[in-house]
Design a protein around this ligand. Structure first.
Ligand SMILES: NC(=O)c1ccc[n+]([C@@H]2O[C@H](COP(=O)([O-])OP(=O)(O)OC[C@H]3O[C@@H](n4cnc5c(N)ncnc54)[C@H](O)[C@@H]3O)[C@@H](O)[C@H]2O)c1
Length: 253
């Protein structure tokens, strides 16, 4: 199994893409720390994984906008598993929608805080920890195709994700010699609770988004998880600083 003897941490893993990622990592042999703002969702995901793969998953409730919570998330993982090899920084959300001229400064700040600044705070503490361990390790940041193509009426989220892509490349350059690889994945539209809710409210959007993909469908969280698993594993040992789309080809359509 590609992640046998590895310890992974996935943020925002209480539902949606993060849940799919955590389950795929466990299926490939990794121990997994499930982190989420919502402790009961994180616990549910950990329990579901442990039913299939006994003693494989633990959970930790943390607000990743808070550096102290990030520090204790890492400390708890090290106390639980004695090491940390693989990290997927997945938690993010848009905190405002609409034409760019209608955004309030609070909405801009809240979107940046969660989607960009909290990821930077996570990277800071993660990189320090991984450097101290001095073993080869891998980080995957979850970005979005909107970073590449823009996103009408969700512009601040898209801009935050563009910053995530750039940060991924800069940090990859900084830590390559420490044996740490850093990549990003840009999902297209994925079957998550938020997307399902959106399709219920806007049925035409479902059809439009399915047609925007070359494969004529939206993706499943596990399809993101499979690439995360590969990028976190030693099988991808010559890949770093890349931003890779998993989108059924929608970014070239
Ligand atoms: N769903 C999509 O179609 C899609 C497309 C492109 C990119 N993405 C990206 O994929 C990632 C996951 O998206 P999703 O749709 O699964 O999201 P989601 O909203 O379904 O799940 C996000 C999880 O993050 C948790 N979370 C929110 N704020 C947090 C905080 N401050 N601290 C800790 N956890 C927090 C939530 O509780 C939730 O469980 C995000 O980075 C998102 O930008 C999603």
């Amino acid at each position: 199994m590609e992640l046998e003897n590895k310890v992974s941490l996935v943020t925002g893993a209480g539902q949606g893409i993060g849940e799919g990622i955590a389950k795929v990592l466990a299926s490939h042999g990794s121990k997994v720390m499930i982190v989420d703002l919502n402790g009961s969702s994180a616990e549910r995901v950990a329990n579901e994984i442990n039913t299939l793969f006994p003693k494989c998953a633990s959970f930790y409730e943390a607000d990743l906008t808070d550096s102290k919570a990030i520090q204790s998330m890492i400390e708890t993982t090290l106390t639980t598993y004695a090491k940390l090899d693989c990290i997927c920084n997945n938690a993010a959300a848009s905190k405002g929608l609409g034409p760019v001229e209608n955004y309030s400064l609070e909405e801009v700040q809240a979107t940046l805080d969660l989607t960009f600044t909290s990821l930077w705070k996570c990277l800071q503490i993660e990189i320090k920890t991984l450097k101290e361990q001095s073993v080869s390790s891998s980080i995957v940041n979850i970005s979005s195709n909107s970073a590449i193509r823009g996103y009408a009426f969700n512009s601040i989220y898209a801009a935050s994700k563009a910053a995530v892509n750039n940060l991924t490349q800069s940090v990859a350059k900084e830590v390559a010699r420490n044996g740490i690889r850093v990549n990003a994945i840009s999902p297209g539209t994925i079957n998550t609770p938020g997307v399902r809710q959106y399709f219920e409210a806007e049925p035409k959007a479902k059809d439009m988004l399915e047609k925007s993909s070359l494969l004529r469908r939206i993706g499943e969280p596990e399809e993101i998880g499979e690439l995360v698993s590969f990028l976190l594993s030693d099988r991808s040992s010559f890949i770093t600083g890349q931003v890779i789309s998993v989108d059924g080809g929608s970014s070239i359509n």
